[in-house]
Design a protein around this ligand. Structure first.
Ligand code: HEM
Length: 475
């Protein structure tokens, strides 16, 4: 464990206080808490023990915070673990056979089909567009800085990351009729993306979930967006018109017997729209919020960014490597507020790790939320200390104690896309602007698929007094 001794007291951002060991909640309280906010469920043992075996409705679960056991489940013996049942009950009605929820042969075929879009070379190729989208979005902040208007940074980041996703993977051709995609996504997460009591008792998928009835309408809207987007591109392809060489074209070209079915293509478009922007948006919002409350870390970052823009600016695909402190602040925000707070698996056959027996059917909960705040793994686990992730300290962090993107065969396919996008966006925005929390900015972390800031992030923006403008010097 790395021990830090910063001069200033570090910022400790909001999070539920773990329940005392003696305070074990009853059945109905557990159900209520899971429905309201699963992050509030975890007690002290979840932040202190290596693993905890529990039984809920006669089902075995194992909460795992031990890096060795995580390596065992997600890498060494990954073939013995499938996706957790409750996770699938929540996500499959939305994503069906998309890459995130597919299993077995369908997953293998789909992962192979999509891998070419996420090679380093391909991701580097998206960097110019990521910068251009951030440049365009920054005009909203210029306006807010001039008028003193308050912006909800959480919502802004959803719009910005959606724009980046749409322009890179879909060449700007996602057909959205409502024009307010951020609200549609928020609506979808509120309705479809929550645990229903019937999920907890593992009722079969055909039993209607009352919490999702509203979501069915939003789901229809999303499916409509996908159908229209495909129809538009397919129309061009059949006419022999020039089409961009992007993710959408690649997917549509896979529609054949040994490739993907039309349904799998639809499911993957929904999956990539969902998984490809909301996660990054949440992490960017929390990063800006934490930095706004942490003046000395913000100063470190501004110094790095200002020096970077003051000299010859490299091409944007190199920014991630050249701005280690910016990357570190983003990684620290993902430690405290992992966009994917829970990674779940279920054991297929009996297994053993050291002297721990894992029975077939046991649900394994590997939660970045508790793992990243574990008292035996991190110094001052609840404090925002970006220097933990500076290159010189990095080797003190075990590969299996920090899992924002997961690990093993099902590691996030978009991890380098997300990191590159986040560093470009943070560097540009923090070079030009400083963000201040308004008195109403009191976000509470709530797990609704991702780790959302309940109450939003209402902030004001001021221009920073910088001489060099990135757009002037941009390559
Ligand atoms: C900060 C941003 C992101 C975070 C924290 C994140 C997190 C994760 C995690 C933890 C997993 C593994 C889940 C598991 O093992 O059960 C995952 C998988 C996945 N992610 Fe991401 N993700 C991010 C950005 C993206 C982006 C930008 C894309 C696409 C452009 C994407 C697409 C996917 C897909 C398709 C999978 C499923 C991979 C598979 O099962 O083969 N993610 N992500």
């Amino acid at each position: 464990m790395n021990v830090f001794n910063p001069i200033a007291e570090p910022f400790v951002p909001p999070a539920p206080i773990p329940r005392r060991r003696a305070n074990i909640p009853g059945f109905f309280e557990v159900v209520r808490t899971i429905m309201r906010n699963p992050l509030e469920l975890w007690g002290e043992p979840s932040y202190e023990d290596r693993w905890i075996g529990t039984k809920f409705l006669n089902e075995r679960s194992l909460i795992v915070n031990d890096p060795g056991l995580i390596r065992h489940v997600l890498v060494e013996n990954a073939a013995n673990y499938k996706m957790g049942v409750i996770r699938q009950l929540i996500l499959r009605p939305i994503l069906r056979d998309g890459l995130l929820t597919a299993e077995g042969e369908v997953w293998r075929r789909s992962r192979k089909a999509m891998a070419p879009v996420f090679t380093p070379r391909q991701v580097f190729g998206f960097a110019e567009t990521m910068l251009a989208c951030t440049e365009a979005y920054a005009t909203h902040y210029g306006e807010a800085a001039r008028t003193g208007a308050t912006r909800d940074i959480a919502r802004d980041m959803t719009e910005l990351t959606f724009d980046i996703l749409s322009q890179t993977l879909f060449s700007g051709e996602i057909v959205t009729a409502s024009g307010d995609f951020a609200s549609d996504v928020e609506n979808l997460l509120h309705t479809m993306g929550r645990v229903d009591p019937f999920d907890l008792i593992k009722a079969p998928p055909w039993v209607p979930r009352l919490t999702r009835i509203k979501g069915a309408k939003v789901m229809k809207l999303f499916r409509g967006i996908v159908d229209d987007t495909i129809a538009k591109r397919k129309g061009k392809m059949t006419k022999g018109a020039d089409v961009p060489d992007d993710f959408l074209t690649l997917l549509l070209r896979q529609e054949r017997a040994d490739g993907l079915t039309r349904e799998e293509i639809n499911d993957n478009i929904i999956t990539f729209i969902g998984a490809g922007h909301e996660t990054t948006a949440r992490a960017l919002g929390w990063a800006i919020y934490c930095l706004a409350n942490s003046p000395s870390d913000l100063r470190d970052l501004e110094n790095e960014i200002d020096a970077f823009f003051a000299s010859e600016i490299p091409a944007p695909h190199l920014w991630l490597d050249r701005l280690p402190k910016t990357r570190a602040a983003f990684e620290e925000a993902m430690r405290l507020y992992p966009p994917a707070p829970s990674i779940n698996r279920a054991a297929i056959e009996d297994d053993r790790y050291e002297d721990l027996e894992i029975k077939a059917g046991t649900t394994i909960l590997m939660m970045p939320w508790t793992l990243h705040r574990h008292r035996k793994l991190w110094d001052r686990p609840t404090a925002f200390i970006p220097s933990r992730f500076w290159p010189e300290n990095r080797e003190n962090i075990d590969r299996f104690q920090y899992l924002p993107f997961g690990v093993g065969p099902r590691v996030c396919i978009g991890a380098s896309f997300a990191l590159q996008e986040a560093v470009i966006a943070l560097a540009l925005l923090l070079h030009r602007f400083r963000f201040h929390c308004t008195p109403a900015c009191k976000p509470w972390p709530v797990q609704k698929l991702t780790t959302q800031p309940d109450g939003g992030l209402p902030m004001t923006v001021i221009f920073r007094n910088v001489r060099e403008s990135p757009s002037a010097a941009s390559p």
